[in-house]
Design a binder for this molecule. Structure first.
Ligand code: PMP
Length: 416
């Protein structure tokens, strides 16, 4: 085994066994299950699973509508979940949080609503590191108003090259939308620098937080962005719910995205007026159970020892990165060190397609992801078609990393 030893005291103070036992899947699937695909979806925590089941079996009613007790309880639980999500994000007020179906839905709301304020020739600045869900909605909405899409290039390590902001940002820049953390390189964006650039020209700053939220509570106030999007299933809750935080003053100015029930103030055949945020952006029946699960996950996570979890995650990421570097024919991509990086590593196995890598690893119970990870511009910028990604979360342990490294040595022996 070639893995480098982790820093000795990295996860001191963290009872990993107790933490893992809060995720039912590890008990269900046993020791030969090495889940290294949390960047695609996190495993559900007990608090979220129980909240979902409790709603569906004991508390199910539609929200915001009925006057009977069950419906009122469901509405209150839904609004409590909103407050728990708001607290996890460091929002000033719960009403700044819009419940969505996930990051993709959230970013479509952002793009649709913000582009309604743009004129032909205005610019939207993205980056080459974006997930497709922070590119395509801007292209679709931007095309309708004639807005121009520009992109921050990447530096040698695959980080956003923020030295280029000066030449990319101008009075024409009305929106800047960037990822907080790349889902391929793990690089954490220096949002402070992007914010300065946005503020210098009065542009709205949208942050895709999908890969940041699983690694601890966020402080949207300190970040200084205007909108922040994420998915509940990556925050160890159910699939089907996520959130979009919109700074209150901005939310009040924005038009709705989807039209329908519950987002209106008054409807007449001649025209309609709309409810105040967040309800203006929540047309139709929301994903109630998944939202309650998300609130429960956020509340449980908020109480954990994040400095210890961070040390644990980064020690494992270090073990992974060091181990990958010792295997012939494997090239990790992204930042060379662990600084400003989330615990995920994508890599190329020379001469072997990522799907074959993943299939062979699966024979050993190791779950990884191969492909372009919905980030084709990033792969193109790095001169790649695809990569294999191993992504860690708070529940992973050394056995997971070592099983991956042993599996990769075998892949190289057999195929490379
Ligand atoms: N942005 C990033 C950075 C992501 O990693 C993902 C999920 N891979 C998304 C957006 C889209 O999330 P969802 O599919 O849950 O809407």
């Amino acid at each position: 085994m070639t893995a480098a030893p982790p820093p000795a005291s990295a996860s001191d103070g963290l009872d990993l066994g107790a933490l893992r036992s809060e995720f039912p899947i590890f008990t269900a699937r046993g020791p030969r299950f090495h889940y290294l695909d949390s960047a695609a979806t996190g495993q559900i925590c007990r608090a979220a699973a129980e909240a979902l089941l409790a709603y569906e079996t004991r508390g199910r009613a539609n929200v915001k509508r009925g006057v009977y007790r069950l419906a009122d309880e469901a509405t209150q639980a839904f609004e409590r979940a909103r407050a728990e999500i708001a607290a996890y994000l460091g929002a000033r007020e719960a009403r700044e949080v819009v419940i969505t179906s996930g990051t993709t839905h959230a970013l479509n709301i952002a793009a649709h609503c913000l582009c309604a304020r743009l004129r032909a020739g205005d610019e939207i600045l993205l980056s080459l590191a974006e997930h497709h869900s922070n590119i395509v909605p801007w292209q679709l909405a931007g095309e309708r108003v004639g807005a121009v899409i520009r992109a921050i290039p990447l530096d040698r390590e695959g980080r956003l090259d923020l030295d280029r902001l000066g030449e990319l940002v101008s009075r024409r820049t009305k929106v800047i939308a960037v990822t907080h953390c790349s889902n391929v390189t793990g690089a954490v964006t220096d949002i402070g620098r992007v914010r300065e650039a946005a503020q210098s020209v009065g542009a709205v700053l949208v942050v895709d937080g999908a890969q940041r939220v699983p690694h601890g509570p966020v402080d949207v106030q300190a970040l200084g962005c205007d909108l922040y999007a994420f998915s509940g299933h990556k925050l160890f809750a159910a699939t089907g719910a996520g959130a979009l935080w919109i700074r209150r003053e901005l939310a009040e100015e924005l038009p709705p995205f989807l039209g329908g029930g519950e987002m209106i103030r008054r409807v007449a055949i001649e025209g309609s007026t709309f409810a105040a945020p967040p309800h203006r952006f929540e047309a139709g029946t929301p994903p109630i159970g998944p939202a309650l699960a998300l609130g429960a996950a956020a509340a449980w996570l908020a109480g954990l020892d994040w400095p210890a979890i961070h040390a644990h995650e980064m020690a494992l990421a270090g073990r992974l990165l060091a181990g990958l570097r010792t295997i012939r024919g494997i090239r990790p991509i992204g930042p060379e060190g662990l600084q400003a990086r989330t615990p995920l590593v994508s890599f190329v196995v020379d001469g072997v397609h990522p799907h074959d890598v993943c299939q062979l690893l699966d024979e050993r119970g190791v779950c990884t992801r191969g492909g372009h990870h919905c980030a084709q511009p990033l792969h193109e910028a790095l001169g790649l078609e695809a990569s294999t990604r191993a992504s860690l979360a708070l529940y992973n342990d050394e056995a997971d990393v070592d099983a991956l490294l042993e599996g990769l040595e075998d892949v190289v022996r057999r195929l490379a």
